[in-house]
Design a protein around this ligand. Structure first.
Ligand SMILES: [Zn+2]
Length: 910
């Protein structure tokens, strides 16, 4: 009986394999590396996991199990260790593979790289001595996008091949002259999400038809992590635990080469370095040249195996938040490799060719070995280059026009603290002033930060701190040429990411290196707040306007503390408090209030002032009608199609993880009919690639939302969700989306029509002939009567805030907004609502990045934030998404005002 049971379990365990048993399984007899002679003492993937490479898609836990089996079999040559944990509790691990001889002194090898990384303590002669016997580190990263599946299998094969190959000179050299670090699953939550949905959809045979369910991931797909972040945009802002662990780890090793292995569309081939223009001007020229070394070696192997590939046409590394760019700023040569995806076990390409999973794995495996080989062959050069990169950075920092950044003490000091802590986590050295000082003709107080650029991290400092990082002139000219012809631009991501602008932190640049009495800033992002003032308080005040004050409010609400806030600024005991300042009355709260408030101040970083009188000398008293009482709002967010998973997930992250406040995700289908009366706030995230709210919600859903708002709900639309709110048929907001301005002769364009007859049948089958006597005539003829403004890749623009509205309370007078896409809206009329934040005049609009001239002119004075009363509730529109990548910290106060102050201002029947 027991035996029978045992067999049953075994049969069940292998059921998935049986389900898709394929007599001509592509994995059978697939040769990954011809003529390889493998040591049977090293466990194969099949012996540990029960499937051959490419026969199944390997789950994260299985991949880890395989690496652990390798470590058990060959502990002298491979070590495996964790470096982070995902939101869903999965462990991120990395493997170090090298010869037994290197492994015995692995700590020394690591320490040597750290010494090479700082030429100030390691003179060139000493560096040469180290380099003579130092293996170079190659870093191979796989699966940052969870639905780009083949690379994790390639990671396992790479480790196996390096450990098990016998009599292979190439492998022996890699093991002797390099250390290979393998990061097999950078995004385990995303990978397992993909596999789960894939396996649910599987049938008797793997299906190569891409309309089949197994090739169509349901929302949100497996690309992103738990909060739907693209981890391949997170490297310098490090909002996610996966990235935080990785960034800390990689700076212990300083690899000379870094590969991020991806997948791309199924109809493609394979892409490797060198990448496309534009190049970031802060990269060293020999880094560009070295890309070619890897490209040529990969090309050699692809020719040997008869594989197609391409280089240069796409995938630039201009934006510093990619895996293929961020490591460049400490001196690595970083690259993206892209394999056409099978998005399953096989897929039919446009020309009828069937792309199999083993084939895609093999290609990433080949470039992995090829990359390690290129590092082994060029070991000395790459180590020399690395040392030179760090040394030349210091020298450049002594001569550049910007030789230091100074962050003075400022209204939102918490933001400045966070910004500098974030830089320190990336290897930047920064000092906090212990005494006041002067620099470049300005005086700075104790507590100001100084970052001199004469340090190894100089190029990272410049690319993250400079107001603008220009693209090559030639590249821009080409993009303008393309745009004039209505061709898509080739800008891959945003063109602006300046940290001081995004975090609304004042940072002065100076053309001197600054010396003085400074204490090195540590990696902490937050300083504990404290309670100051009197001991016999009648109230506690928390000045509004920073993330720390917002966190104080959300945590206090969750603890049941009674709070109020003033819509107007006031003066108390000679100190001016900004609008929005929190007021905690002792009389309203329990005896434990001081203890609770002290704990909150320490945990949230907010500074609290205890006052012994409610008497203000200017502005509203604490019992004024301009002071509103908070309730703890229940916050909901629309989830699932048609929302953009990025917008939905990143917004939820900002509220939950940056402000500790829970959010209920409600699927669109539920929103159609659900009783929303439990919720005070509902957020409509931006819309994704397909679908729209009009259709998804239908008439019933829209009626449900309207009813809820008029009864006192606060409806907040983000980015292009405002297309729905502003749709005249919906009319939840009275703003309207604008067409592009027609710049050629309008009359002629009108006369010619735009070929779009709005559904009416044309009366004639032919049109009147005409002479075109100039190129302007021709342009008028081909210009549509109605078109969207051109899409902007991503720029930071200035917007001005109305301080009189409660939504602008405590908010900085000018905000930097990331503008992307083509949406531009008319301002709301004064009798309908308030334009709480409006984009600046055209001449003053652009803060950073590259914007099309027409968009610059058309965005001027158009709304960024509008608020409109509707019955007892509010509709609030943010025409650009304030929570993008959770990295626009400067917009957090106005965004959280919409949620927390919005629900305090709505008037539901209670
Ligand atoms: Zn990718």
């Amino acid at each position: 009986m027991k035996i029978f049971l045992h067999h049953t379990i075994v049969a069940l365990a292998i059921l998935p394999g049986l389900l898709i048993s394929n007599p001509s399984s592509a994995a059978d007899n697939f040769v990954f590396w011809p003529d390889a002679n493998y040591d049977p003492a090293i466990p194969t993937i099949e012996s540990v996991l029960g499937h051959q490479p490419g026969e199944r898609i390997t789950w994260h836990a299985e991949a880890i199990r395989y690496f652990e089996a390798l470590a058990e079999a060959a502990p002298d040559r491979i070590s495996v260790a964790p470096y982070a944990q995902s939101w869903e509790g999965r462990e991120l691990v990395y493997a170090v593979v090298t010869s037994a001889e290197n492994m015995r002194r692995i700590d020394e090898i690591k320490a040597n790289m750290q010494r090479l990384a700082d030429p100030r303590g390691t003179p060139r002669s000493e560096a040469q001595r180290i380099i003579n016997t130092q293996p170079a580190v190659t870093w191979l990263s796989y699966g940052v996008h969870g639905n780009e599946i083949s690379s994790t299998e390639a990671a396992m094969l790479t480790a196996y091949h390096l450990l098990a190959s016998r009599g292979d000179e190439r492998v022996a050299r890699i093991m002797r002259d390099t250390v290979v670090v393998i990061d097999p699953v950078q995004n385990p939550d995303g990978r397992d999400r993909f596999i789960h949905h894939f396996e649910i959809a599987e049938g008797l045979l793997p299906d190569d038809d891409r309309v089949s369910a197994e090739h169509n991931e349901p929302w949100p797909g497996g690309r992103t992590n738990h909060y739907f972040f693209d981890l391949n945009r997170d490297w310098f802002i490090q909002t996610q635990p996966e990235t935080q662990g990785r960034v800390e780890l990689i700076q212990q090793w300083y690899p000379v080469a870094f590969v991020d292995a991806h997948e791309m569309g199924s109809d493609s081939t394979y892409f490797f370095a060198p990448g496309a223009t534009p190049y970031n001007p802060h990269l060293a020229s020999n880094q560009r040249e070295s890309l070619e070394i890897f490209g040529r070696n990969n090309a050699h192997w692809f020719d040997t195996f008869g594989l197609d590939y391409y280089t240069r046409e796409v995938f630039d590394e201009f934006y510093p938040g990619y895996g293929a760019s961020w490591p460049s700023y400490f001196g690595s040569i970083s690259m993206t490799y892209e394999q056409a995806s099978a998005r399953g076990l096989l897929v039919r390409q446009y020309d009828g060719n069937v792309l199999t999973y083993p084939y895609t794995i093999r290609n990433h495996f080949v470039t992995s070995i090829s990359t390690a080989e290129a590092v082994a062959v060029n070991r000395q050069k790459f180590l020399d280059d690395f040392y030179d990169y760090r040394a030349s950075a210091i020298e450049e920092g002594k001569k550049d026009n910007i030789r230091s950044y100074v962050l003075p003490t400022q209204p939102d000091q918490a933001a400045a603290n966070k910004l500098v802590g974030l830089l320190v986590r990336q290897g930047v050295e920064a000092g906090r002033a212990n005494s006041s000082f002067e620099a470049c003709g300005k005086s700075y107080e104790v507590g100001s930060y100084v970052i001199n650029t004469a340090q190894p991290a100089k190029r990272l400092i410049r690319t993250l701190m400079d107001t603008n990082v220009p693209m090559e002139e030639e590249f821009i000219t080409e993009q303008e040429r393309r745009r004039a012809k209505n061709l898509r631009d080739e800008i891959y991501d945003v063109t602006a990411w300046s940290l001081p602008l995004m975090m609304n932190v004042r940072a002065d640049s100076c053309n001197r290196n600054i010396s003085g009495n400074f204490t090195a800033k540590g990696t902490e992002l937050l300083q504990a707040g404290k309670v100051s003032g009197v001991s016999d308080a009648v109230a506690y005040l928390v000045p509004w306007g920073s993330a720390t004050a917002v966190r104080f409010l959300t945590n206090a609400l969750r603890q049941g503390i009674e709070l109020k806030s003033s819509d107007k600024a006031f003066t108390h005991s000679g100190r001016r408090y900004p609008a929005g300042t929190l007021i905690v009355d002792v009389a309203d709260n329990s005896d434990a209030l001081l203890e609770n408030i002290s704990g909150l101040a320490a945990a949230t970083g907010a500074d609290v002032v205890a006052v012994d009188s409610s008497w203000v000398t200017d502005g509203p008293n604490f019992g004024s009608e301009n002071v509103v009482r908070f309730t703890q709002p229940r916050v909901a967010i629309a989830w699932d199609q048609p929302t953009s998973s990025y917008s939905a997930g990143n917004t939820r992250f900002v509220i939950e993880r940056q402000f500790d406040f829970p959010v209920t995700a409600i699927r669109i289908n539920q929103l159609k009919r659900a009783d929303l009366s439990r919720y005070q706030v509902l957020i409509l995230p931006a819309v994704g690639w397909s679908g729209n709210y009009e259709e998804a919600l239908g008439e019933k859903g829209t009626a449900n939302l309207k009813d809820w708002v008029t009864k006192g709900g606060v409806l907040i639309g983000l980015g292009n969700a405002n297309r729905y709110l502003a749709n005249p048929e919906i009319d939840l907001l009275s703003i309207r989306r604008e067409n592009a301005v027609i710049e050629v002769d309008k009359e002629k364009v009108k006369a010619n029509g735009d070929g779009n007859d709005n559904g009416k049948k044309p009366k004639e089958t032919t049109v009147e002939g005409q002479y075109l006597t100039s190129s302007d005539d021709y342009k008028a003829l081909i210009t549509p009567e109605k078109d969207n403004p051109d899409s902007v890749a991503g720029v930071l623009v200035n917007s001005n805030v109305d301080p009189d509205h409660w939504l602008g309370a405590g908010v900085a007078p000018t905000l930097n907004v990331l503008v992307r896409g083509s949406d531009i809206y008319t301002p709301v009329k004064m009798n309908k609502g308030v334009n709480v934040a409006v984009f600046a005049a055209a001449d003053n609009l652009l803060a950073s990045g590259y914007i099309w001239e027409q968009n610059r002119k058309q965005l001027a004075y158009k709304p960024f934030v509008v608020a409109q009363r509707s019955g007892r509730g509010y509709v609030i529109g943010f025409t650009q998404d304030p929570t993008v990548r959770a990295y626009l910290d400067g917009l957090n106060v106005i965004f959280m005002n919409a949620i927390l102050r919005g629900s305090a201002h709505a008037r539901p029947v209670r």
